[in-house]
Design a protein. Sequence first.
Length: 173
Amino acid sequence: MSVLALLLLLGVAIYWNTREGTKTAREVRAEEGYRAPGFTIEALDGGGVLDVGALIGQKPIFINFWESWCPPCRAEMPYLQKAYEEYGQDVAFVMINPMTRDTLANAKAFLAEERYTFPVYLDDKDRSVTRLYRVGAFPTSFFIDRNGVIIARHMGPMSEEVVETLMKKIARP
């Protein structure tokens, strides 16, 4: 009988440690279900440095990696502007241009021409934030809840409906 109990206990322990749900919100990783990594980043307009690490756990955060030459990035921008206008008071918008193939002049011209008002930041020359978040394609977006947990990572352009659905998940859970 004790052998059976031991085997049962061992089976439960193995299941508990190997199940899909073992992700922890305390572990920091740029993946869904994990706590978002913090970083600092400079504003495109020279308006200073944003400490995203200080925001984690304080309010929801939306991070979007984009470049002005990227057609899919351009396609989703009107939806992101609309979301910023609706949720910008409750959600920190962190629009990051890694400058992989973009120029500062082109990025500024695009933003001015389209009259986008969301805050834009520039990754450093080593693209440390882009690497930290393992971004290999544009656009890539992260939806981070009030507790700092990544609720969704979306690669590719988002439709207006997807933006709205995911924004509601973090802004008004």
